[in-house]
Design a protein around this ligand. Structure first.
Ligand SMILES: *Cc1c(COP(=O)(O)O)cnc(C)c1O
Length: 377
């Protein structure tokens, strides 16, 4: 597996190999290197002044991950009572939790306010009405729609409003006994286009000024998530992205505002490696098919949206091009095509890199195939 070290640090690689060699665990499972997670939380936010980091729990809500993160100085961004219950079981204080899903269920709002959560996103009047009833007096921030161009996982169509409507919504919230504190946006997940952040900041500044003219002094800018990780291609370093954001920020905003950052993928994504195994091989017309025990339904859902993973096998055979498919009986369960790999045998291990985010959290037990267990190493 000589190419592994192009993708993962030596110490992580050694831990993975040791774990596989010593453990009785049967594939498929997901290994997450706690040292990589720690490195990430030490880097993220470091180059943006006045910033606080809130991990977007949906990227990987495994209790071992949240428990590990909760030892550090990091907050959490959540969207549901399910996510809240895990944090609550770990004793995470409400002051460390925010919720940035602009449309929340009544049940969740109820539990969130009972728990003491004070920060909520919104982008519609209907949500203001809900918030003023369930969470009166809360700090609320409006979600602007911004360009998601160049992000591999765009999020812009579902949420966000344009500047004029955002202004109306800030005023509306104020009239409804809420505390409109700021603005949020999301540049799209796996965003390798630094321009998205600066364009978003331009838009946010315009709204800041319009709000000020109407008597609303905003104090918070929540720049959402979107930091990219390496799958096949190298991406811009978080440090470089943050320095650019920081520059753009303080050219546009007063010094006393607070910045929230909500990374999900970047915290856990490249700490994760699926340990899967080959369950079958076939030749169909001219195509070589490789069937493995993690598929689109039980862990690799993002492959359908275009995320391409790095696969590693231990074989020394001649490389061939493979169509790689999951274990279920559904023809949708095809992970990737034209993947060059030395031919493995049935039963051999296939490692899938950068698998820590949006994998097991997206997974179902469709067709009876278990969701791989997460193991922190
Ligand atoms: C999903 C999500 C995030 C995390 O996005 P990443 O691209 O994983 O960093 C942050 N904020 C909100 C509101 C989200 O929905």
């Amino acid at each position: 597996m000589e190419t592994a070290l192009e993708y993962i640090p030596q110490h992580t690689w050694s831990k993975i190999l040791n774990f596989i060699a010593r453990s009785d665990e049967v594939p498929p499972y997901l290994l997450l290197d706690r040292d990589i997670i720690k490195e990430k939380i030490e880097i993220i936010g470091k180059n943006i002044s006045n910033s606080k980091v809130f991990y977007a729990v949906k990227a990987n809500p495994d209790v071992s991950v949240l428990s590990y993160l909760s030892q550090y100085d990091i907050g959490f961004e959540i969207a549901s009572e399910g996510e809240l219950r895990i944090l609550s079981s770990l004793g995470v204080d409400a002051s460390k939790i925010i919720t940035s899903n602009p449309i929340k269920t009544l049940n969740f709002l109820n539990e969130a306010t009972n728990y003491g959560i004070k920060y909520y996103a919104y982008d519609s009047k209907a949500e203001v009405d809900k918030l003023s009833r369930y969470a009166p007096g809360s700090n609320v921030y409006v979600r602007l729609s911004v360009s998601n161009e160049g992000s591999e996982w765009p999020l812009s169509k579902k949420f966000g409003v344009e500047i004029d409507e955002a202004l109306e919504l800030l005023l509306y919230a104020k009239n409804k006994d809420l505390n409109p504190v700021g603005i949020t946006f999301h540049v799209g997940s796996q965003c390798n286009n630094v321009y998205n952040w600066s364009a978003a900041l331009d838009k946010a500044r315009e709204l800041f000024e319009m709000a000020k003219d109407r008597g609303i002094d905003l104090k918070l800018l929540n720049i959402g998530g979107g930091y990219p990780i390496r799958y096949l291609k190298k991406v811009t370093d978080i440090e470089v992205i943050e320095k650019k954001i920081n520059n753009a920020l303080w050219q546009r905003f007063p010094e006393d505002i607070e910045i929230f950052i909500e990374p999900g993928r970047a915290v856990v994504g490249d700490a994760g490696v699926f340990v899967s195994s080959v369950i079958g091989k076939a030749k169909r017309d001219d195509e070589n098919w490789l069937y493995i025990d993690v598929g689109v339904f039980n862990g690799l859902m993002e492959s359908v949206g275009g995320i391409k993973y790095k696969f590693l096998v231990g074989s020394r055979n001649e490389p061939k091009k493979w169509t790689i498919a999951g274990p279920s009986c559904d023809s949708f369960d095809v992970i990737d095509k034209e993947v060059e790999l030395a031919e493995p045998e049935v039963g051999n291990i296939v490692l899938i890199l950068s698998a820590g985010a949006y994998t097991v959290s997206y997974a179902s037990e469709f067709n009876g195939f278990a969701i791989p267990k997460t193991i922190l190493i």
